[in-house]
Ligand binder design. Structure first.
Ligand code: SF4
Length: 359
């Protein structure tokens, strides 16, 4: 095994080895780190608002998906005070399509707290903000405040498992991976170090086929030395996602479609949506679905869209009825051409497209 490789028990001069590792990673970051709209390079002043906003957006969401939303949000609400004063419906609409909508509700609550009280000064204080979990608090403390913090997400877990050749499968290995990451986390330039490790995981130490030949820390990597890198971290098989079934209703009258606002709590809470039935494990009977329809009408089943949520996948049938002769029921009627851009969550956008014959 390579004498430079990191090990949990520490080898010869482990502290020196860790300092060398950090230096190699930071030099690579200075030369090759990603340019991201929320990132400040070369020691510039960091705005906690931009770091916090980006970290909330990046929860469960890719950099590519976040980039445009981040630019739009910061152009419209350039400070936490501006966001705190924004009407909730505008923020929800601007968030539409990014998913995990409880984040937008927490964003508004946290912005009001911060606008009133200022930014919490450390990781523990940040952790108390709505929507800020352990990872996000550590990331903000490191990146915005340059404080020592152990910033560990799935990306970092993978890099650490490989660097230390930890073969215990996830999720059992989580605490060992955190401990190994903590062991490396202390040192110079904490904010840059955290971002460098993220970049390494995103661009070099990728899930499949890590590019070890161009890795700046390859000489420290026990996983590579042992020929195990690509197979780590090991994972115990996940149970399959359950399948749920539901129906969304597109009622059309005089060129307009009916939307509803979902209840404030729960999945997609507070978002605009098509009226729909409950989403159940067994498909509901036709009679039960008809009873859930917003108006009595001759409904036609146009087929289904599928959407993957974290804990289940949904097969959502789209029923459409053209109700020209009937009175409009109460509700939020919008021109059909405006439905897609009304700020619907992605699953309902898909349903609208199917309902309007756009796919
Ligand atoms: S050498 Fe390979 S496995 Fe090890 S950290 Fe670098 S890219 Fe990842």
């Amino acid at each position: 095994v390579n004498a430079n490789a990191l090990s949990l028990t520490g080898g010869e001069s482990p502290i020196r080895k860790r300092a060398d590792f950090r230096q190699a990673l930071l030099s690579w970051y200075d030369a090759f780190g990603r340019d991201l709209p929320w990132r400040v390079r070369d020691g510039g002043a960091v705005d906690p608002y931009r770091v916090w906003l980006s970290e909330i957006m990046l929860q469960q969401t890719t950099v590519a998906a976040v980039r445009g939303y981040f630019l739009a949000f910061t152009a419209r609400w350039p400070s936490v005070e501006a966001l705190a004063q924004a009407p909730g419906a505008q923020v929800m609409q601007a968030w539409a399509g990014l998913g995990y909508y409880s984040r937008a509700r927490n964003l508004m609550a946290a912005s009001r707290l911060v606008a009133a009280q200022g930014w919490p000064p450390d990781e523990a204080g940040l952790r108390a903000l709505p929507g800020v979990g352990a990872y996000t608090a550590a990331a903000i403390a490191a990146i915005a405040y340059d404080q020592q913090a152990n910033v560990v997400d799935g990306n970092v877990e993978r890099v650490i498992a490989r660097l230390f050749a930890i073969t215990t499968p996830l999720p059992v290995a989580k605490s060992a991976l955190r401990a190994a990451a903590a062991d490396l986390a202390v040192g110079i330039r904490p904010g840059d170090y955290a971002q460098a490790l993220m970049d390494l995981g995103s661009t070099v130490c990728t899930p499949r086929a890590p590019r070890c030949e161009s890795c700046p820390v390859a000489r420290f990597c026990a996983g590579r030395a042992a020929g195990l890198a690509a197979g780590l971290p090991a994972k115990t098989a996940k149970p399959a996602r359950p399948q749920r079934h539901g129906v969304a209703f597109l009622a059309v009258r005089q060129g307009q479609g009916l939307l509803v606002r979902r209840p404030p709590r729960g999945l997609l809470g507070g978002m605009l949506a098509l009226p729909c039935s409950a989403w159940t494990l067994e498909p509901a009977t036709t009679a039960a679905i008809a009873a859930a329809a917003p108006v009595r009408a001759a409904w036609t089943d146009l087929g289904a869209v599928t959407h993957i949520f974290t804990h289940f996948s949904l097969q959502l049938h789209v029923w459409r009825a053209d109700i020209e002769g009937q009175d409009k029921s109460d509700g939020d009627w919008r021109p059909l051409a405006a439905l897609e851009s009304a700020g619907l969550p992605t699953v309902f956008k898909k349903a609208v497209r199917l309902g309007l014959g756009l796919r």
